[in-house]
Design a protein around this ligand. Sequence first.
Ligand code: B12
Length: 349
Amino acid sequence: MFADPGGPVRKPDTHRDQASDPESPDHGEAAGPPEPLLGVAAAARRLGIAPATLRTWDRRYGMGPSAHTAGRHRRYSSTDLARLDVMRQALLRGMSVAEAAQHARTARLPAHRPEPDPPVPVDEPEPARSEVEVPVRAGGGVLRLSGAGLAARGLGRAAMTLDGEAVRGLLDDAITARGAVAAWDEVARPVLVAVAERWEYTGGGIEIEHLLSSCALAAFGARVVGPAAADRKPVLLAGMPREHHILPTVALAAALSERGVGCLLLGPDLPGPALHAAVRRTAPAAVVLWSQLPASADVEVLRSLPRTRPRFRTYVGGPGWSDVALPPQVVQLESLGSACSEISGAVTT
Ligand code: B12
């Protein structure tokens, strides 16, 4: 990773590092090309973690520089940093700090090559309850993920450190290992809710929410497939006019696709006339309309849907609809699992 200038660990900005770091880089006295050794602040910057965290990893978990110290100052070599990066990656994958340190100590580090990521611990038994209630701390902030499993905690850490590659990878791994319904309910959804709660309390972290939701749209969206044959009718899914929340429709389309139900995602804020045109053109088996915010739950859009033969089924989902008197025949969906069973049962019989 440190040999790769394109990797997440930045190339050192030597001037800035020296200017701001009292333990600035110096050079070892060994023969051969001198290797730059970094002080705590510069090493922490390279790793994308706080200097205090790096000192704690040394003090509590013995993850300090292997041999290099100058007086009381720590001096990190590229091998030390590679090992610490393995530890950082392991934390992102959901290991506890002690587990990550142990993993990094025993991992084989190819010379100046990125260490392969440790396996995603999605199949590990869930930790004891007292352990999972420890808040996830990363990137200088805290995410409350009470009751969440290892994979959700790993996703939370990756999101908090704005590591988009890890967020996307963890979501992909979760969908592959658990299926779309469990990946949404056990991994993605708890973290989305926790990030939103953190925003309510602190007013910060909108960038985390945006990163997480765009990675979730991409990860679940990549699993969506259309009808297998031209004569098979799709399930149309869309956000209501003025509604920008559509993530649950993408998770639902991914889950239906796993069950062989072809889907067509029409995205957020779909204008009424565009919805009507899509219904006429595709003669769908079912239509799912999402409303997160009450302001977008417009019952007129439901009443004015075109009629097709055979009639398609109409479903609505999202808290926006909760106080709306729905027309007869319109079914309100409550959860991803039940929506998936209900719709796949209805359109495949
Ligand atoms: C991701 C997100 C966004 C993304 C959406 C990305 C996308 N393309 O979908 C973006 C950044 C665009 C966004 C924008 C906004 N957002 Co927003 N957003 C969220 C967030 C974090 C997740 C939304 C989501 O997917 N929810 C689904 C899951 C994760 O939530 P849940 O509670 O577990 O789900 C329940 C049900 O929905 C159901 N369920 C869950 N999954 C599924 C699946 C299916 C198929 C079914 C049937 C049911 C179901 O089960 C749960 C129990 O009831 C929520 C927080 C939250 N708790 O929902 C805020 C939240 C919905 N947003 C909020 C707000 C205020 C906004 C904005 C107005 C902010 C702004 N000032 O611009 C805009 C609105 C834009 C608009 N006009 O629509 C508020 C809404 C408050 C309210 N009045 O209800 C929330 C609740 C955040 C908060 N804590 O205040 N947001």
